[in-house]
Every structure is written in structure tokens, then in C-alpha cells.
Design a protein around this ligand. Sequence first.
Ligand code: COA
Length: 182
Amino acid sequence: MGKTMTDVASPAIVPMAEVYIEGFHRALDTVARERRYLAFLEAPPLPATRDFVRSMIERRNPQFVAVAKDEVVGWCDISRHERPIHAHRGTLGMGIIPAYRGRGLGQQLIETTIEAARRQGLARIELSAHADNARAIALYRKVGFVQEGVERDAICIDGRYCDTISMAIIDKANRDAWRATA
Ligand SMILES: CC(C)(COP(=O)(O)OP(=O)(O)OC[C@H]1O[C@@H](n2cnc3c(N)ncnc32)[C@H](O)[C@@H]1OP(=O)(O)O)[C@@H](O)C(=O)NCCC(=O)NCCS
């Protein structure tokens, strides 16, 4: 039988910190190994994950984890693009381990992370989702993302092609403020 609300602790959403890196790596690996949702089929090695997280913290990129019973059960991050002409943009990634899905945690995580991105002045947040990931696409639409395109046969996992959907959300106030300084 599936887990119910009483089986799992209520997670806290907290900014990423050094102490969560190994837990984040485990959660990323768990979701990647499902071979259905992410651009990875397993997590990158721990040292590479550590470098990624440290660089995100250094660059003050929004990055949050959901923590329950001292275990990282989900994450959401937005990487600001590097080139000057793209520096108003960020790319969002997220995931939640299976037992904690479908109870609103995704919405809490993404709203917290988008709010942090707004405070950092990002004008455009974009992402890519597998076209058959109905739950993720429903969540992204719900918080304001708009579909911009379809990449046909963009991924191939275990001999099966799947399209990917590109989506983005524009923050109009940050868009105007950015233009004034760019
Ligand atoms: C995608 C993910 C982050 C969503 O988080 P979540 O906590 O499970 O989602 P929520 O409980 O916040 O629900 C999101 C919405 O999807 C809807 N939904 C749930 N299952 C659905 C399904 N099978 N089909 C369509 N919509 C679905 C929910 O109804 C909800 O909308 P509502 O509250 O308006 O009804 C999470 O499920 C996850 O990590 N999945 C695996 C990894 C992944 O897909 N990462 C994203 C890669 S782009």
C-alpha cells in the first residue's frame, strides 16, 4: 500500500547549505535512477555535486531543499545564465523523492525558489520537462509558467524517444528594471 500523510514527516523548506550536500546528492541519485524525469540517469559523482552546490552558493543562485527527519527529500534550484546578454535568465530544476510527491511540497518548493529569484532580480526563469511528465507540467502551469516550445524526440531513454517541453515565466518588474541597467 502507498504511503499516507501520516507515514511521512512534514518537510521544512530551507536554503541549501554545506550540511545538506550529501543528502541532496542521495535525493538527486534516487530520482535520477527512476529514469523517467531528469536529464541524469544517476547523480553526478559526489565531488562534482559538491562543486556545483558551492558554486551555486557563491553565485547567490536560489537553491532550496526540503528536509524531513534530517533527510533531504526534495530540492529546487535556479542557475543564472553566465553570458552578459543572458544574465537576466535562470534555469530551474527540481525533484522530490517518491514518498513525498503529490501532497503540495512541489508547489511550496517552487514558489519559495521563484520568490528568491525575484529578489535576485531575475527577469526570466525557464525550464524543460519531459512531455509525458504530466504532474510536473501541471505544477509549472499552476505557478505561472507558459509553454514556449516542443523539442521533438529530444531524449531517448531505454530505446524510447520522448519530446521535451520548454516553459518560461517572465517577471515584468524585473524585466523593466534589468533593461534599464543592461
Ligand atoms: C514534479 C514534482 C516536483 C511535483 O511536485 P509534487 O509535490 O509531487 O506536486 P504537487 O503535490 O505540488 O502537485 C502538483 C500538481 O500536479 C497535479 N498532478 C498530480 N499528479 C498528476 C498527474 N498524474 N497528472 C496531472 N497532474 C497531476 C496535482 O493535482 C497538482 O495540482 P493541483 O494541486 O492543482 O491539483 C514531483 O512530483 C517530482 O519530483 N517528480 C519527479 C521528478 C520530476 O519530475 N522533476 C521535475 C523534472 S522537470
